[in-house]
Design a protein around this ligand. Sequence first.
Ligand SMILES: Nc1ncnc2c1ncn2[C@@H]1O[C@H](COP(=O)(O)OP(=O)(O)OP(=O)(O)O)[C@@H](O)[C@H]1O
Length: 221
Amino acid sequence: MLEVKHISKKRMLRTMLKDCSFSIETGKIVGIIGENGSGKTTLLKILAGVLHPSKGDINLEKNRSHQISYSPDQEYFYDYFKIEQLIDFYNSQFNDFDLERAKALIDFFELDPKQKITYLSKGQKTRVKIAVTIARNTPFLVLDEPLAGLDPLVKEKIINGLIRFVDLDKQSLIITTHELLEVEAILDEVIVLKDGQVIEQKEVEDIRKINSLQNWLKEIY
Ligand SMILES: Nc1ncnc2c1ncn2[C@@H]1O[C@H](COP(=O)(O)OP(=O)(O)OP(=O)(O)O)[C@@H](O)[C@H]1O
């Protein structure tokens, strides 16, 4: 269980997050959604420990670095590595890294392990980033905008990779996204941010009984 309690974040005079509280159970796929600038990336950075909140706490059972595997929205790779070298590097850095799962993911994502990162397309780099993030056996996998700017086939491949390789008996997946149509089918819950505040946390099944996720979001926004 991950509990976010009354998190606020201010930088200079700007309020990026305001009194955000929610909890996420093991085994859930949770989408953090909301318009541009609503605070999704800031929230994920705070979950991952990259940013510190100005106020509030995050309750996790153990040390954050053993609990959360995080993929930021920007690229951060060592361009001169080959994919297989990057995987070896991750394996050397994280005790919870599953080398076999990483190799299976690279294969599933139709990537050549001998290829240098610098020569990969955006879609290929995104797949590498997701592969090394979800190859860790942490209880929470946190992906910022894993589908942004990708073509429909690559999006589908990534979503299938998530379904196939995330172990929902032990792990939860938290993603931010604007691609509601594409992810609606895999989400268990959504957390909606507006102007830095959590305005809703709801089971997607309950939303679908009355509306599509996209229309529901328009109504509450
Ligand atoms: N380094 C920073 N310093 C000051 N303000 C920032 C900084 N980074 C982001 N912000 C502001 O914080 C707010 C939340 O930004 P954030 O990137 O978290 O939103 P987002 O929901 O992820 O947006 P998007 O959907 O466009 O990625 C925005 O108003 C943004 O301008």
